[in-house]
Ligand binder design. Structure first.
Ligand SMILES: Nc1nc2c(ncn2[C@@H]2O[C@H](COP(=O)(O)OP(=O)(O)OP(=O)(O)O)[C@@H](O)[C@H]2O)c(=O)[nH]1
Ligand SMILES: [Mg+2]
Length: 332
């Protein structure tokens, strides 16, 4: 759970915390919160017709039904919604929450609690740290890699190398090359149609020769239901783990937020195949189903580590449940 970039990454600092971000923390947080609220506009619009102060002005069973419906519409998920609404109703009926404002605040707190994961951070202490990016076609793997590489290089000053192991889709390598250029990081490529494992192998070898800090491996998009494609992914992972003990250190799964609850099934099947360590929830800016961010951890056991809120270099953010719940619900 990280409010900003400096809290997301564990770097080499001896106390285990990371270096301060270049941006001033307080103003950066305010700026970020504003941007997050903007990105969640669609989700909030879907909710705010229902979750207004007037909803909690007079409490009866319709209040809780309407709240439940609104949260489910925003894809918060049935079990998360049930848990949150039950607690809220109980606390309100016991008189522990006085007034609509207190109930709204408590709602945000409870949603955040549901989404809080044991460790949503990314450990960058292994040298090199290997990050494997996986996910269904078009969910944002390549774009996320570009944004992440840019951030690691420009904010943390790390040497980043990309591995273009999507040798399957035409122009996938060129696309990643474009991002490497924009992020000003190195890239290892292979011929179209070649073995993706070989590209991953070469990327790691070069990273070790050149003492890169982080290697990020792109992979071809695949449906979680296609066994032969999942087997290929398992092979790529095996190549990496044989070459470097403990690698891949992170396996990040991109989920398109607009697929809402369907994304959870994808997460489960990818996790069975390649031990996913974190989720990147992408395209939150265009989705009215942002609530899924708050359900995904409870329902898959995998922490959301990053969120994508647009298509440009600085449109990737650390995920913080409390901040997210607040941006999703409150109108100020
Ligand atoms: N609005 C928005 N668009 C995004 C975001 N992330 C990715 N995209 C767009 O989604 C489309 C697919 O992104 P890619 O990064 O190519 O997805 P991919 O998973 O690598 O796709 P394949 O390699 O074909 O499986 C592109 O048009 C991106 O610009 C995001 O956070 N917000
Ligand atoms: Mg791609």
């Amino acid at each position: 759970m990280a409010q900003d970039w400096s809290e997301l990454f564990i770097t080499g600092a001896s106390d285990g915390s990371s270096e301060p971000a270049a941006e001033g923390p307080a103003s950066a947080r305010r700026g970020f919160f504003g941007r997050l609220r903007e990105s969640l506009a669609k989700t909030r619009q879907a909710l705010s017709g229902e979750i207004t102060a007037t909803l909690f002005a007079a409490l009866d069973e319709h209040t809780w039904e309407r709240l439940e419906e609104a949260l489910i519409m925003a894809d918060v998920g049935a079990s998360t919604t049930a848990a949150v609404v039950q607690t809220l109703e109980m606390e309100a009926s016991e008189g522990r929450l006085q007034g609509p404002e207190a109930i709204t605040q408590r709602l945000i707190e409870l949603l955040a609690q549901e989404a809080r994961a044991a460790d949503g951070r990314i450990d960058l202490r292994p040298k090199p740290t290997v990050i494997l990016m996986v996910g269904v076609n078009g969910t944002g793997k390549t774009t996320t890699i570009g944004k992440l590489a840019w951030h690691l290089r420009s904010e943390l000053g790390l040497r980043v190398l990309l591995g273009a192991a999507d040798t399957f889709r035409a122009a996938a390598t060129e696309q990643l090359q474009g991002w490497a250029q924009r992020a000003q990081v190195q890239i290892v490529t292979g011929p179209e149609g070649s073995d993706p494992g070989a590209v991953a192998f070469e990327a790691l070898a070069q990273a070790r020769r050149e003492q890169a800090d982080v290697v990020i491996i792109d992979t071809a998009g695949r449906l979680h239901t296609r066994e032969e494609l999942m087997d290929e992914l398992i092979k790529v992972r095996r190549v990496i783990s044989r070459q470097l003990e403990g690698a891949p250190h992170e396996t990040l799964l991109t989920l398109d937020a607009s697929t809402g609850q369907n994304g959870l099934r994808q997460a489960q099947l990818f996790a069975q195949a390649v031990e996913v360590t974190g989720i990147v929830l992408t395209k939150l800016d265009g989705s009215a189903r942002g609530g899924v961010a708050l359900a995904v951890t409870r329902e898959t056991g995998i922490p959301v580590k990053l969120i994508g809120v647009g298509e440009s270099l600085d449109d990737l953010r650390p995920f913080d449940a409390e901040q997210f719940a607040r941006a999703m619900i409150s109108s100020s």
